[in-house]
Structure formats: structure tokens, C-alpha cells
Design a protein around this ligand. Structure first.
Ligand code: SAM
Length: 265
């Protein structure tokens, strides 16, 4: 019925915006208020995507400079094209090897990215390397394992019920470390101080079932990437199962992220 190989499908900027960017845009300013980074700082943003957190950093954090990187050339072009600023540079890059000199920056921030990086501990070590003494690491990830990202959890519950291969790649299993304890353990494994981890939540409401379902059909993100590999018949079966469970709407779902704050000595 499917391959068990995940396709995270971070390719088309407008599809990603409709699928996830619009929600991350709501979370980003809340995260920055919580993070409390100093004004006038030199920032690295890892995995900027279409620019949800980059926009908030430029609007709210009064940075001296912002280097925003992402491996997706299409996302970098979108973010750079919509967020022109003399203070900001948008570049294709890997969060495990950020293109910045040792001890050259004040803040490394990242939104909904750490779980997508192949070696997150290596990434954290690299972020520490580019920070000056007293620097700050801050990031957030969705609460996939706890079902706190209800939109995605509902999709994978339906997919896994109909296709055993989907159970192996559903995001709660794949990103099992996205819990407070898991994030703290990851930081310890990377040789970093233990972070403060707290929940940040936004309201996630879809006016009707079609508004809930359509983002999955855009081929963006792991769920969209999975759906795009399926036959029309299997896609319809997932849709029908979800419609039966969620009803006509409005549909209100939890959207909880775990935010981590690590000040360095
Ligand atoms: C869920 S999106 C988050 C995008 C954006 N930060 C936001 O909040 O909307 C995950 C992003 O991680 C990026 N990504 C995947 N692997 C990465 C890596 N090794 N280094 C940096 N970013 C990566 C993807 O290209 C994608 O843009």
C-alpha cells in the first residue's frame, strides 16, 4: 500500500505555508516573548523554512543581524524574497554545519526543525560552537509523542489504521524525543546544560472538515508527503475515516509545542 520511507516534502513554499507555516507564524512571537533574548544580538536561525520565525525575530527582537538557513532552496528564496531587510541574510545551509565562525553569534533559534535534522545532537553541538560565551539557544518542536499536535496526530491515526507501514513513519513514533525529558536528555547527550522546557500552545480551529483536510492534499510536510505516494482509493479511505471521526466541524484541535531555552555559561 505504501513505502515506509518518509518524505518530509519541504519543497513548495506556498503549500508549506498553507499546511504549517501559518500555524508556526502564530507560535513564533509567543516563543520570542518567552525566550527573552537581548536586543542588539547577532542571530542564527536554523531551518527558517518560509520565514515564520525569521519574520518575528526581525519584527520583535531588534536583532543586530540575522543569518537564516535552510536546506530547501525554494523555502530560502521565499523567505528572502518576502522578508527583505538590510539586517538579514537567507542562505541554503545545514543546521548540523552552520556557515558561521566559532564564537561569532549571540543567539541560535529554531522553530519546528530539530526533529527533522538527521543528527540533532550534532546540530546542538554545532550551535554551541558558533555562540559566544553567554550565548543563548532556543527552539521549539511540536508535541508529537503526546498527541499535542492534534492535526497531525489525527491524520496518522487514520493512516496507520488503514496501512501498517504508516505506523512506522507516523510522527509521534519517529520523533519520540520531542518530550520535555527527551529534549533534556538530548541536550545532555550533546554536552549542553539542561534546558528549561515549557509548553506553548495556540488555538487551532478549522471551520469545517474541508478546511482540515485540504492542507494534507498539498504534498507538504511528512503527512502530505505520505499522502502524495498513495493511490486515489487509499487517499479517499483516509479522508473518509477522518471525516467519520471529526465530523463536519468546526474542528478544534490541540496545538502544543515544547519550547526549550538554554543559556550558555
Ligand atoms: C516544519 S519545517 C519548519 C520551518 C519554519 N521554521 C517554520 O517554523 O515554519 C522544518 C524545516 O526544517 C528544515 N530542515 C530539514 N533538515 C534540516 C537541516 N539538516 N538543517 C536545517 N534545517 C533543516 C526543512 O527544510 C524545513 O524548512
Amino acid at each position: 500500500m505504501t513505502t515506509a520511507k518518509p518524505d518530509d516534502a519541504f519543497r513548495a513554499a506556498s503549500s508549506y505555508e498553507d499546511y504549517m507555516g501559518r500555524w508556526s507564524r502564530q507560535l513564533a512571537p509567543r516563543f520570542l516573548d518567552w525566550l527573552g533574548a537581548p536586543a542588539g544580538a547577532d542571530w542564527l536561525e536554523v531551518g527558517c523554512g518560509t520565514g515564520a520565525l525569521s519574520a518575528a525575530i526581525l519584527e520583535k527582537a531588534a536583532p543586530r543581524s540575522l543569518l537564516a538557513i535552510d536546506p530547501s532552496a525554494a523555502f530560502v528564496a521565499h523567505a528572502g524574497g518576502t522578508l527583505g531587510s538590510a539586517k538579514a541574510r537567507f542562505e541554503v545551509g545545514d543546521g548540523q554545519a552552520p556557515p558561521a565562525a566559532d564564537a561569532s553569534l549571540d543567539v541560535v533559534a529554531s522553530a519546528l526543525v530539530l526533529n527533522f535534522i538527521p543528527d540533532p545532537a550534532a546540530a546542538l553541538r554545532a550551535w554551541r560552537r558558533v555562540l559566544r560565551p553567554g550565548g543563548l539557544i532556543g527552539f521549539y518542536v511540536w508535541d508529537y509523542p503526546g498527541g499535542g499536535m492534534g492535526f497531525i496526530a489525527a491524520f496518522w491515526e487514520a493512516a496507520a489504521a488503514l496501512d501498517p507501514a504508516a505506523a512506522a513513519i507516523e510522527q509521534g513514533t519517529r520523533f519520540a524525543f520531542c518530550t520535555p525529558d527527551g529534549l533534556k536528555a538530548l541536550c545532555r547527550a550533546a554536552g549542553l546544560p539542561e534546558p528549561r522546557v515549557e509548553a506553548l500552545e495556540i488555538a487551532m480551529r478549522f471551520p469545517d472538515f474541508e478546511a482540515f483536510w485540504r492542507p494534507f492534499t498539498l504534498g507538504a510536510g511528512p503527512a502530505g508527503g505520505y499522502l502524495a505516494q498513495q493511490t486515489a482509493e487509499h487517499r479517499a479511505a483516509i479522508r473518509d475515516r477522518l471525516a467519520g471521526r471529526l465530523g463536519k466541524g468546526p474542528i478544534d484541535l490541540p496545538a502544543r509545542a515544547w519550547a526549550a531555552r538554554l543559556p550558555l555559561p
